[in-house]
Design a protein around this ligand. Structure first.
Ligand code: GLP
Length: 248
C-alpha cells in the first residue's frame, strides 16, 4: 500500500482529485466505486468545480456506491442516495441511469444485492474504488467479523457505527440497524483503490490498519493483500507518527 501524507483535509482532497483525474484521463468509460460520509465531501466539491470549468466530464462514467441504509427512501435526507444526489450527481454531467446505488427500499433486499453485483460485472468491474474507513475498521458497511469472501450483502450495523453516524440523524434511535454493502470480495476486485483518512478520530484506525495483522475483525486490513491501494491521510489522522511511504 502506497501512503500519501497530506498536511490537512484540503490537501488530502486535492491529492485524491489528482488520482481520480489521472484515472479518468486513462479510461474512456471509467467505472468508479464511490463512498459517502464526511471524508470524501472535499473531493466531491473538487469534482464539481472541475466539471463546471470543463476540465473533466463524467458523461461516459458509470458509478457504483458502496452502501445504503436498509429502509430509507431515496428522498430521506439520511439516505446515501440523497447524499450522493445533493453532494455530487446533481452538479456534474453524469447520466442519472449510470449512477448506481443500492435501493434501500427494494422489496427483496437479497435480490437487490445480487442484481447489484451482476450490474458491476456487466460493466467489467470497478476501475477505481474510493473508500473511507470506519472507527472499527469497516469499509463500506462491512463490519468486523464479515467474511473476506462476502459478496454484496445485508449488514447488521455495529453499535460503534450507529453511534458515529448518529451525528447525521436526530437521535441514535433513528439510525437504521441494517444496511446493504458491497462485499469485501467485490471491493477487492477493483483494479485500483483509494482510501481517504482524515481527522484525529481516525488516527487509531489508521495505526491499526498500518501496523496490525490481516483479520476479519478489522475489515480494512484485507487491503494489504490488494496490489494497487493508495492511502491518502491527513496529518491529524497520521497523528505525528512516522509511517513509511509503502506498507505491505
Ligand atoms: C460510514 C460509511 C462508510 C464510510 C465510513 C466513514 O458508516 N458506511 O462508507 O466510509 O463510515 O465515514 P466518515 O467519512 O464520515 O468518517
Amino acid at each position: 500500500m502506497k501512503i500519501i501524507q497530506a498536511s490537512n483535509y484540503e490537501e488530502m482532497s486535492k491529492a485524491a482529485y489528482k488520482s481520480l483525474h489521472q484515472f479518468m484521463q486513462m479510461n474512456q468509460h471509467p467505472v468508479l466505486g464511490l463512498a459517502t460520509g464526511s471524508t470524501p465531501e472535499g473531493l466531491y466539491r473538487l469534482m464539481i468545480d472541475a466539471c463546471k470549468k470543463g476540465e473533466v466530464s463524467f458523461a461516459s462514467t458509470e458509478t457504483f456506491n458502496l452502501d445504503e441504509y436498509a429502509g430509507l427512501s431515496k428522498d430521506d435526507k439520511n439516505s446515501y442516495r440523497y447524499y450522493m444526489n445533493h453532494k455530487l450527481f446533481d452538479h456534474i454531467d453524469i447520466r442519472p441511469e449510470r449512477a448506481h446505488i443500492l435501493d434501500g427500499e427494494a422489496a427483496d433486499l437479497e435480490l437487490e444485492c445480487r442484481e447489484y453485483d451482476q450490474k458491476i460485472m456487466e460493466v467489467g468491474g470497478i476501475g477505481l474504488q474510493l473508500l473511507g474507513i470506519g472507527l472499527n475498521g469497516h469499509i463500506g458497511f462491512n463490519e468486523p467479523g464479515t467474511s473476506f469472501d462476502a459478496a454484496t450483502h445485508i449488514s447488521e450495523l455495529a453499535e460503534t457505527t450507529r453511534k458515529a453516524n448518529s451525528r447525521f440523524f436526530n437521535s441514535l434511535d433513528e439510525v437504521p440497524t441494517k444496511a446493504m454493502s458491497m462485499g469485501i470480495s467485490k471491493i477487492m476486485e477493483s483494479r485500483e483503490i483509494l482510501l481517504l483518512v482524515s481527522g484525529e478520530g481516525k488516527a487509531e484506525a489508521l495505526h491499526t490498519l498500518l501496523t496490525g495483522e490481516i483479520t476479519e475483525n478489522f475489515p480494512a486490513s484485507i487491503l494489504k493483500n490488494h496490489p494497487n491501494v493508495t492511502i491518502i491521510a491527513d496529518q491529524a489522522a497520521i497523528g505525528g507518527k512516522k509511517f513509511p511511504d509503502q506498507v505491505g
